[in-house]
Design a protein around this ligand. Sequence first.
Ligand code: 8YV
Length: 315
Amino acid sequence: MTKPHILQVGPYPEWDQVPLDAAFHMHRYFEAPDKASFLAEIGPQIRGIATRGELGANVAMIGACPQLEVISVYGVGYDAVDLAACRERGIRVTNTPDVLTNDVADLGVAMMLVQSRGMIGAETWVRDGSWAAKGLYALQRRVWGKRAGVLGLGRIGFEVAKRLAGFDLEIAYSDVGPKDYAKGWEFIADPVALAARSDFLFVTLAASAATRHIVGAKVIEALGPEGMLINISRASNIDEEALLAALETGKLGSAALDVFEGEPKLNPRFLALSNVLLQPHHASGTYETRQAMGKLVRDNLMAHFAGQPLLTPVA
Ligand code: 8YV
């Protein structure tokens, strides 16, 4: 069998690249100096796209590949893939759910703890000699026993809430409706009301056009000067302008963010703030999870080209 031609949108670790190169003709889009002419040249032979959650596949890329059959996303989020264009042409789309859920939830909860207890500043306090020179580090805010809101009680939101329950936080959540697996956690339909009763608000929604800026000025201000916003989903779920303004003026207490508009270049206003914890979109970034994600990307491609059912289809 001739190897199918695959457009590879971004780099993968060596342990994924080697088996991908063995099974397919991989065409490295990210290495091409002139993307448009690269697409024009290799697009006609492309039958699959291998991409990453944050890179996706846009309409121009899909349009440049008339033989395209399948897009395999390394990530649970597929909001950067133009699904409408895929549906129109019957192009299948797969993602990597489940295998990353626990790591993403772990990082979200870790971010809350680190930010609330001021651990980044405390580390500096030790390293730069301030402890010895100036004495005790400033007191910080308690986590246990407080109220957490989870916006989006899907797989990741559920695991976040489970972990928070272990810290004796009082949990409420918003979603399109109450979930039968959310025993003991209060359902609050309105995100503004959820924020108003929460000390910590976790954003764990799958991003879509419908959720764009669902966390806007009203939600942010309801969370308030003592509140903390934690985002481990997508930047588009939050109105970043409203978030920056609230952090700068103290209308919001603090934020812990793993995702940003235009990442990896983020708005420099974030860098000037002392009340934010900034992470480089690495909630799924462990060896164990990334290996499982890479295998799923490959297994979906293999299944498709072997005429087998896809393992984790989204379309
Ligand atoms: C990855 C992600 O960081 O799962 C997602 O949707 O955004 C992340 O897990 C990313 O896809 C890796 O490049």
